[in-house]
Design a protein around this ligand. Structure first.
Ligand code: DAH
Length: 341
């Protein structure tokens, strides 16, 4: 037994020497000092010894246990110290290395244009509203006087979520007119910018997702003169003093009369060039006097109140404002393009 004890001691001590990590150390602890370890197994055989031998062996076994426990502790302390040194070394910071310059971004050109538009209208007492892109067809169409069967309600034009065509991605910001009428008290002056969606193929002037800014005024004695005055002011503030506009008759279900506003081409001054496709004018927005049906459906008496509204494409306005030729540049977010603004 004496030899066995000496053997365990020698083996264990040399094993502890070679240990490099905590898991391996724990394995050794279990192997030699654990309940089912080699030392314990040996001690269980003490019963076979003579009464004289027992205390001697007991003493010897205790010495071995103490030696192993000490080796275990030393080894564990050494591993901890090594881990700390490695961690400190890995985390050293060379304060003399030159810093990496942080690239600073800036606002997207389309949002420069939007902020200008917001400033212009907020300055005239309008409130800016935000609304859902997932909209009820009831608000996008019915409440805007676009009855069942209206071409824009077709599945080929609109992204619907359900078979009954009740929930959709809004195809225009105009449902915000209805939301404003339903929730605000009169008189109302609002603009509502945001994303809209249509099943269009991507090209230089189309994208299935684009942005509009809706605007609406409802008050007493509001006339087409207010519409023209306000929108002319918008054109002058966006594109410079003396910007010439023209209003053409048009049709929208939710306005009567309806019109489109064009701005004289900034490139050729109306003579006709590539920018305006030879027209001399560039279409900027749709507008009109709010249809009495739309007011009535919102519980507003058209005999007492009247209003006007407009909707403009934001990308198109930004393209004109910054002379950008292709709509795709606005969404591709190529740094070389964005850096120019
Ligand atoms: N919603 C129309 C469109 O997407 C634009 C528009 C036209 C909005 C006339 C209006 C309006 O508020 O009065 O083409």
């Amino acid at each position: 037994m004496k030899e066995q004890l000496a053997k365990i001691r020698a083996e264990a001590l040399s094993a502890f020497e070679g240990i490099r990590d905590a898991a391996a150390l724990d394995e050794l602890r279990v192997r030699y000092l654990g309940k089912k370890g080699e030392l314990t197994a040996l001690l269980k055989q003490m019963g076979r010894l003579t009464p004289e031998e027992r205390p001697v062996m007991g003493q010897l076994a205790n010495d071995v246990r103490a030696a192993l426990e000490k080796a275990l502790e030393d080894c564990s302390a050494k591993l901890e110290a090594e881990a700390l040194t490695a961690k400190l070394q890995a985390e050293t910071l060379d304060v003399t290395v030159p810093g990496k310059a942080v690239k600073q971004g800036h606002k997207h050109p389309m949002y420069f244009a939007l902020d200008e538009i917001k400033d212009i209208f907020v300055g005239m007492g309008f409130t800016v509203l935000d609304g859902p892109e997932v909209e009820l067809a009831e608000l996008n169409f019915d409440r805007l006087n676009a009855e069942e069967g209206h071409p824009s309600r077709d599945w080929s034009d609109t992204f619907y979520f359900d078979r009954d065509s009740r929930v959709m991605l809004r195809s225009q910001t105009s449902p915000m007119q209805v939301r404003a009428m339903d929730t605000m008290s009169l008189p109302i002056r609002i603009i509502a910018p945001g994303r809209v969606y249509r099943k269009d193929e991507v090209d230089a002037t189309h994208s299935p997702m684009f942005h509009q800014v809706e605007g609406m005024v409802i008050d007493k004695n509001v006339t087409m003169a207010d519409l023209k005055g306000t929108l002319n002011l918008l054109a002058e503030q966006l594109f410079g003093r003396g910007t010439v506009t023209r209003f053409r008759p048009h049709h929208f279900p939710f306005t009567e009369p309806s019109c489109e506003m064009d701005v004289q081409c900034h490139k050729c001054g109306g003579a006709g060039c590539a920018t305006c496709k030879g027209e001399g004018w560039i279409e900027l927005l749709g507008a009109g006097m709010i249809h009495p049906n739309v007011l009535r459906m919102a519980g507003i008496d058209p005999e007492e109140w009247s209003g006007w509204a407009f909707g403009m494409g934001l990308e198109r306005t930004a393209m004109r404002r910054f002379k950008i030729a292709d709509l795709r540049l606005i969404f591709e977010n190529d740094i070389r393009f964005l850096e120019q603004f």
